[in-house]
Design a protein around this ligand. Structure first.
Ligand SMILES: Nc1nc2c(ncn2[C@@H]2O[C@H](COP(=O)(O)OP(=O)(O)OP(=O)(O)O)[C@@H](O)[C@H]2O)c(=O)[nH]1
Length: 185
């Protein structure tokens, strides 16, 4: 999956928001339940699934997303170069306070890597968003990405003066596995 994936969160048990997507397009929706500090948060996840060229369709569904995962492929420079265009689009069409996360996927394919981890980190820093390298094949950092999003959305929903602040970038930095880590290679 490269491009964008969006998520909206509800506390488990609530009806998820209806997707604004036209049913005539093949946008696959999946639910994922993440337990955050004992509370089950249901994420309704939508992948653009190759429909990026239908700009009006992608606008229609990330407009209402509470979180957007921007994915590139570390073995594909064009996918990395596209990220700036996605960020421009998001600034124009997404919710002002949308949670954005940058993911460099296929971290397991180190021999074919063309985008250095530092390049992803630099881009993420420039836009002030958290960054992780992931592998959908090995699962590296995948759960962490969803957990961090769920934690941020839960924190925002229940924000109160006496609650310690949650910083998604700090959380991700403290929890992430590096692609060079022996346990995943
Ligand atoms: N080795 C490896 N292969 C992956 C990884 N993620 C996806 N793939 C493979 O890459 C190919 C493309 O994956 P997709 O999820 O269809 O990629 P996409 O860019 O979203 O393509 P569309 O859905 O058509 O937009 C598939 O063969 C996946 O199995 C990964 O982390 N590691």
């Amino acid at each position: 999956m490269t491009g964008t994936a969006g998520a909206t969160a509800t506390q488990d048990g609530e009806a998820p928001k209806r997707s604004p997507c036209s049913p005539s397009y093949d946008l696959t929706g999946k639910n994922k339940v993440v337990t955050v500090d004992g509370m089950r948060v249901k994420l309704q996840i939508w992948d653009t699934a190759g429909q990026e060229r239908f700009r009006s369709v992608t606008h229609a569904y990330y407009r209402d997303a509470q979180a957007l995962l921007l994915l590139y492929d570390i073995t594909n420079k064009a996918s990395f170069d596209n990220i700036r265009a996605w960020l421009t689009e998001i600034h124009e069409y997404a919710q002002r306070d949308v949670v954005i996360m940058l993911l460099g996927n296929k971290a397991d394919m180190s021999s074919e890597r063309v985008i250095r981890s530092e390049d992803g980190e630099t881009l993420a820093r420039e836009y002030g968003v958290p960054f992780l390298e992931t592998s959908a094949k090995t699962g590296m950092n995948v759960e962490l990405a969803f957990l961090a999003i769920a934690k941020e959305l839960k924190y925002r929903a229940g924000q109160s003066a006496d609650e310690p602040s949650f910083q998604i970038r700090d959380y991700v930095e403290s929890q992430k596995k590096r692609s060079s880590c022996c346990s995943f290679m």
